[in-house]
Design a protein around this ligand. Structure first.
Ligand code: FAD
Length: 498
């Protein structure tokens, strides 16, 4: 007899709501706790999980298995080739293990909600309880609505105010669940076949190439202990200056914890809780600005999850603002290729795209710059960029990525009008003033001095430019001033405002 916890995007033993509930159930029933993870190559394909992300998940499972082993909890990992069979597989395992109750944390994407709804029905027919609970956000979707009209929020700032009030009024939501206490030793005998379950290799098509493996794995160590150590170090050393430093991509002013939030090796409750403790008697309004600002960024993650639930068409390639569905995007393959490979002739854009190619991560400021450049300088469909990010990011997260692309292409939940267009040159001068970020990622420009680094084609003399060109660095593929005009026309046309 057993109770099962199904791990999905929550690969940790501490502060895990469903795992905690499963554990409580085992105590009340006097049975063992078993845990399960399903590897679905078809899902990875359908949901565009990048090789780096899949590799990170599988490496995390190795660590999780060890953490669970210390608690006498087996982790059974099963590959399900056909994702339609997930429910059937779960039911078979439940019967095989003689388990009567399975718990899982909710995933808010439409496909995942449908999957769970199907499995709840299958379980009902077999007299099995399947409990799915909120965990990845602090305020569950639906908890915060606009005053008066009681509608979902569509803009971040008022949502954030409501969220802060919610945190103050519901301190119990910040209660962090301890890890389960160990299963009885007999579990190792009854369920001996489940211990030491092998973790499968990355499915074909989701493997990092041999050149990438070493760098990516040493850059991104997996596991919840690693996540907590990283968080603690950030809070000790950097959070106070976060507000002033976070926008400079060459500095290390941000937490670089997104990979852990995405894999669920860190919960937002734990993160916000630990940051709030640092505020002492201060509040988010009166305390240190760096801490408050960082908490508000974790809030953005949560806000975009709410958007996903309240406006589910964003999961189906529709823009949040449906009136932006008919923008006549250009489909220029050469421009897209130049953007993807970091060869646009705009150094800040190229540096960022090369950071992504190499680290499988990109700084937030440059994510905004390259996304705006794709939609508003190249006039390309933002969904191509959204997809490319998911194909490469190690922290690829549907809600945050979709939200970021919507924001940058003006088709998302941002009250700014479409004609607010980032100027890549001004962004470069403001946020990479010394050009350190550019020099790090674009070696062709390593020896360019002074302000020419931001626009070498325009600012170097012909002889100097010829040297850069000889190294293979391209001229700008579009002129920003002209591109801006084209973008305005394109948006006006799509919105019927010609
Ligand atoms: P920090 O600055 O330390 O922030 C702490 C945490 O807050 C982050 O780890 C993240 O979980 C959350 N956060 C911060 N900024 C944002 C934001 N703007 N939106 C949502 N959550 C935020 N983030 C992802 O996790 N996955 C994505 O796939 C993703 N795609 C993006 C695409 C675009 C076009 C843009 C503009 C932003 C995207 N972001 C995405 C948000 C943001 O860029 C990253 O979360 C951030 O750069 C991660 O670095 P960090 O952990 O050092 O963040």
């Amino acid at each position: 007899n057993a109770v099962v916890h199904w791990f999905r995007g929550d690969l940790r033993v501490s502060d895990n709501t469903a795992l905690h509930m499963a554990y409580e159930k085992t105590k009340s029933k006097g049975v063992s706790l078993i845990s399960l993870f399903l590897v679905s190559p078809e899902d990875y394909e359908a949901h565009i999980k990048s090789p780096a992300r899949v590799d990170f998940i599988l490496r995390t499972l190795e660590v999780l298995r060890e953490d669970l082993d210390n608690l006498n909890i087996p982790l059974w990992v099963e590959v399900v080739e056909d994702r339609k069979n997930m429910g059937k597989k779960v039911m078979q395992l439940m019967e095989k293990w003689n388990a009567s109750h399975i718990f899982g944390n909710m995933e808010y994407e439409v496909d995942e909600l449908r999957r769970d709804a199907r499995i709840v029905n299958m379980a009902l027919q077999k007299n099995i309880d399947f409990t799915v609970v909120h965990d990845s956000v602090i305020a569950p979707p639906g908890a915060l609505l606009t005053k008066g009209t009681g509608k979902p929020f569509m803009v971040f700032t008022p949502w954030f105010k409501a969220w802060v009030t919610y945190l103050h009024e519901n301190p119990n939501y910040l209660e962090v669940f301890p890890p389960p206490t160990p299963n009885p030793k007999e579990t190792r005998i009854y369920y001996r076949d489940l211990f030491d379950c092998p973790i499968p290799p990355c499915p074909e098509g989701k493997r990092l190439n041999p050149k990438e493996v070493e760098y990516v794995r040493s850059t991104w160590p997996p596991g919840e202990k690693e996540a907590l150590a990283r968080l603690q170090k950030f809070l000790n050393e950097k959070v106070m200056a976060y507000k002033d430093q976070r926008d400079f991509p060459s500095g290390n002013g941000t937490s670089v914890l997104s990979v852990h939030f995405a894999a669920g090796t860190l919960s937002s409750r734990t993160a916000v809780n630990m940051a709030r403790e640092l505020l002492g008697n201060g509040t988010l309004n009166t305390g240190n600005k760096g801490i408050a600002c960082w908490i508000s960024e974790v809030g953005w993650r949560e806000f975009y999850r709410n958007i996903l639930v309240d406006f589910p068409w964003v999961c189906m390639t529709k823009p949040f603002k449906v009136q932006y569905s008919n923008i006549p995007w250009q489909y220029n393959d050469a421009h897209f290729e130049a953007w993807c490979t970091g060869r646009t002739g705009y150094p800040i854009v190229d540096a960022a795209m090369r950071q992504l190619a190499s680290m499988k991560y990109m700084h937030n400021r440059t994510r905004m710059i390259v996304a705006s450049f794709l939609a508003k300088d190249l006039c390309l469909d933002w969904r191509k960029g959204e997809r490319f990010f998911m194909e490469h990011l190690i922290d690829g997260d549907f809600a945050s990525n979709n939200g970021g692309w919507g924001w940058s292409s003006s088709s998302g939940c941002d009250p700014q009008p479409y004609f607010k267009i980032f100027n890549p040159l001004l962004q470069s001068e403001k946020f990479d003033p010394e050009g350190d970020y550019i020099r790090k990622w674009v070696p062709e420009l390593k020896h360019v001095k002074g302000k020419a680094i931001h626009a070498p084609f325009d600012r170097l003399d012909r002889k100097e430019w010829a040297k850069i060109e000889a190294l293979g660095y391209p001229k700008p593929i579009v002129k920003h001033v002209e591109a801006k005009g084209r973008a305005m026309e394109m948006y006006k046309k799509g919105l019927g405002r010609e």
